[in-house]
Write a protein that binds this ligand. Structure first.
Ligand code: ATP
Length: 214
């Protein structure tokens, strides 16, 4: 099943960042986008996850052109089917870990996954305030919060940056297991070559083009 398709995307801020970017992501596939700092990886991820409108080209989610979707429909897809794990997480700072996870569970009609929290090593933080946790713990809670809603496509920007190697490896495994078990897909932006090369498809953004390297 096709989850995500991009046709001839290009984007410019002051100058052109990239052009003619086309790609395809099916269920159970993971795709990494690598490239130098400033090459436009996060910008491309923002376009694919519908946070940013491209200068040119089309994005299709589950076979449907995003620009042809009604506002309500796109909102529903974003809330339920797209999972965004970004470098900066957007946890509600004044609330406890449990409250943060509950919001996600309620909005998507799913349950908090205790097994997942255990695997992430944060099962004992539920009663703590987000602000009392380390950066790495907050990162893991934000991953738990996103996976709680069981999204069909994960958009992940440098997820292991804040984490030590052992935890980073566990997080990597959690993402791969998740897309297998839920028949989801993942688009990953990273400087971590090992994580990138473990994906099914690897692209490099260089000289304003998206070049397939795996
Ligand atoms: N909203 C914006 N307005 C203007 N310029 C922007 C905006 N967002 C990003 N840029 C510029 O676009 C370029 C690409 O940024 P982007 O964050 O996509 O690169 P990246 O490859 O993800 O970098 P990194 O690996 O350092 O995270 C940068 O020069 C950045 O300053």
């Amino acid at each position: 099943m096709n989850l995500l398709k991009a046709n001839n995307l290009s984007h410019s801020f002051d100058t052109e960042l990239f052009s003619n970017v086309s790609l395809n992501l099916d269920a159970k596939q993971s795709m990494a986008i690598i490239g130098l700092s400033g090459s436009g990886k996060s910008t491309l991820l923002n376009i694919l996850s519908t946070l940013l409108v491209p200068s040119e080209g089309e994005v299709y989610l589950f076979g449907k052109n995003v620009t042809s979707m009604k506002e309500k429909e796109l909102e529903r897809v974003k809330r339920k089917d797209l999972g965004l794990v970004f470098q900066q997480h957007y946890l509600f700072r004044g609330f406890s870990v449990e409250e943060n996870l509950e919001i996600s569970a309620i909005l998507s009609d799913e349950d908090i996954d205790k097994k997942l929290l255990k695997r992430l090593g944060v099962e004992n933080t539920l009663q703590q305030k987000v602000t009392e946790l380390s950066g790495g713990q907050q990162q893991r809670i934000s991953i738990a919060r996103v996976l709680t809603k069981k999204p069909k496509i994960l958009f992940v920007d440098e997820p292991t940056g804040n984490l030590d190697n052992v935890t980073g490896d566990e997080v990597k495994k959690i993402f791969f297991d998740y897309i297998d078990e839920e028949e989801a897909g993942m688009v990953l932006v990273t400087h971590n070559e090992e994580f990138a090369m473990d994906c099914n498809i690897v692209y490099k953004l260089q000289n304003k083009e998206l070049v397939r390297v795996k």
